[in-house]
Design a protein around this ligand. Structure first.
Ligand code: C5P
Length: 330
């Protein structure tokens, strides 16, 4: 085989509930992932050594070399399937980007997921989706979901997934891309700081400890553990976009807005222009608006563009399937 191409979607988080920081620096999450029709394409070809070429949206900001998540995924898969003895040792990964970089849409994780399914085919490794998810989880928290797609509840770092049982409703989204990027670790750290300051103001465990004693402080810390939003899950089961719009939530949003204040205006504009719901995508700075149907999404996209509150606007639908091979040449 001389080349395999896989296509992979961006993700939204319809709920993103973030717990306190863990000892390993990550945060336990409860999130509702939702894959949407904004796709990157990744082609893998046998080569002398691993290398990556990136073209398209934000290509100049995608790290090359060992920091590239798709190359890391190739190395992680190779370590598992030990292809070293057969076929070429290296892979040339060619990424064609439409998902903006550092935008809260898990574009890097998506490219890693696409590289996994493409190399699985190129090397005829025959790993199951579950096995690829296990490899993917070592590369990034969102890689497993990019493999699975659809709508799914994520726990742990986001890598423990349960598909959401929901009717085959298609949702219409408008994405407003910002003129800038946000660093995911910085957004999480800002959330921790905002929470510590708030707890400190209340005399809670964030700064000075709880005056009612360590048990109460522990209980307060416990209550910060994230929960799945029953209203959102019931809205998804009903397939009613109005209810889904009302139930969208993202704990990272205040942190993203504090690091990128123009987002406040973008979110407000979307709501004023008729969105059923508005929120920041993941760690931002993309803003996400839900529309009632395709026609409303078109109207909303036109008016958000006209309002001049973002760099550019796209319409997408969801849910869509996860990373999949679209072509293979012999
Ligand atoms: O797993 P991934 O490399 O995508 O995570 C990027 C960063 O986001 C982590 O280094 C961490 O700072 C933050 N993060 C987190 N808790 C999660 C997922 C990501 O703190 N559950």
């Amino acid at each position: 085989m001389t080349g395999v191409t896989a296509r992979v979607p961006a993700k939204l988080n319809l709920q993103l509930a973030v717990g306190p920081p863990r000892a390993d620096g990550y945060h336990d999450l409860v999130t509702v992932f939702h894959a949407v029709s904004l796709f990157d394409e990744v082609t893998v070809e046998p080569a002398e050594r691993d290398r990556v070429t990136v073209a398209g949206e934000g290509a100049d900001r995608v790290p090359g070399g060992r920091d590239n998540l798709a190359l890391r995924a190739v190395a992680a898969l190779r370590a598992v399937v030990r292809d070293g003895g057969v076929g070429p040792k290296g892979v040339h990964v060619v990424i064609s980007k439409r998902i903006p970089v550092a935008a809260g849409l898990a574009g890097g994780s998506a490219d890693a997921a696409a590289a996994l399914v493409a190399c699985n085919e190129l090397w005829a490794s025959r790993l199951s989706q579950q096995q690829l998810c296990e490899v993917g989880a070592t590369v990034g928290s969102d890689v497993s979901f990019a493999l699975l797609g659809g709508t799914a509840v994520g726990r742990g770092r986001g890598e423990r997934l349960t598909p959401a049982l929901a009717p085959a409703t298609q949702y219409h989204w408008v994405l407003a891309f910002a003129d800038g990027q946000l660093s995911t670790p910085e957004v999480y750290a800002t959330l921790d700081r905002l929470r510590a300051a708030r707890a400190g103001d209340r005399g809670g465990p964030g700064r000075s400890g709880d005056p009612r004693g360590p048990e109460v402080a522990a209980a307060r810390a416990q209550s910060a553990d994230p929960d799945l939003d029953a209203a959102l899950m019931s809205a998804l089961r009903s397939g009613d976009a109005m209810l889904v719009g009302r139930a969208l939530s993202n704990d990272l949003q205040p942190a993203a807005v504090s690091l990128f204040p123009p987002l406040r205006k973008t979110l407000l504009a979307g709501v004023e222009l008729g969105a059923l719901g508005a929120l920041v995508a993941g760690s931002g700075p993309t803003c996400v608006f839900l529309a009632a149907n395709a026609k409303r999404a078109l109207d909303l996209a036109v008016s958000v563009t006209g309002a001049g509150v973002c760099r550019s606007v796209v319409r997408v639908t969801g849910p869509v399937p996860g990373a999949a091979v679209v072509s293979a040449s012999q």
